[in-house]
Design a protein around this ligand. Sequence first.
Ligand code: COI
Length: 355
Amino acid sequence: MAIEIQLCTKEQRKKKLADSELVFGKKFTDHMFLMKYKNNEWGTPRIVPYQSFQLDPACAVLHYSQEIFEGMKAFPHPDGSVNLFRPFENAARFNLSAERMCMPQVNEDLFVKAIVELIRVDKDWVPHSSQTALYIRPTMIATEKFLGLRASSEFYFYVILSPVGPFFKEGFKPTKAYVASQNVRATPDGTGEAKTGGNYAATLHETCIAKNKGYPQVIWLDAIHRKFVEEASGMNIMFIIEDEIYTPPLEGTILKGITRKSVLELAQELGYTVHEEKIEINEIVDQIDKGQCTEAFFVGTAASITPIGQILYNDREYIINNLNVGKITQNLYDKLVGIQTGKIDDKFNWTYRVD
Ligand code: COI
């Protein structure tokens, strides 16, 4: 399907920031992609100047949170091209989320084409410095106006772009994580693995508690036993125990992270042993005490690979690797980012050239 393109005028173009001024998700490019769903079908796919929506105050997304989104990144390569990272994985996951949230499917080729065309239009916005990228946020919201509790019949699918710096403002440095003590993020057979706003809203209360204690990120435990590690609020988690990689399995309550999947594939290729299995938080802190859990890190699109240097659990602080970046974390980070930025040969065929 052809995408209509309406470019913004010279006057509408926004001022860009220098790469050194970029933070995560505060600046947006000149254009966006927009496609509307009504009467059981998608309308014309369009690229239009970045703009606000006029939404009726009764529309479904504002009341019952019927919405889904994705997070992706595009990176400049040394040959001048711009490349996405595994975009069809995001397209497929978007449709899984759509299914769970009773929303219409989006053609996966169109999903990727929309992003490719939008980036071509706003290519000048792609930052070039280390630890920066063009972040992509495909989103679907329920726009029908009514207050009855049922699935909407009208939706907007849109994509916005944001030149970003690191998600954690310190960048690739060990961060601090607080193990949730009051709330849970997801329950079995709930919406945990869907990328829907409600899962993220559920993290905010405990995140405030964590932040008040000086911890920027929360590690969530399972809802039934309150002992198995699940993930962080917006990213998956991995631990290195005796030089082997451990991460919680995908059993419906945690996000099927594409960075998670890539890091596991990359780690196996590099010869590391990986375990996708249930891990008790008590076991982790025990292993840290014994000096056997020597590294821990978050994995996610926004977070990339972010080392964890400190964990607060039951009012006790556990320091990992003397607050230094571990050698396996560093190796995986170098290889992953190397592939994403075209500095290392992509033998997995993960990068997808935009132009
Ligand atoms: C991403 O990593 O892309 C996400 O969507 C997580 C969000 C908290 C920034």
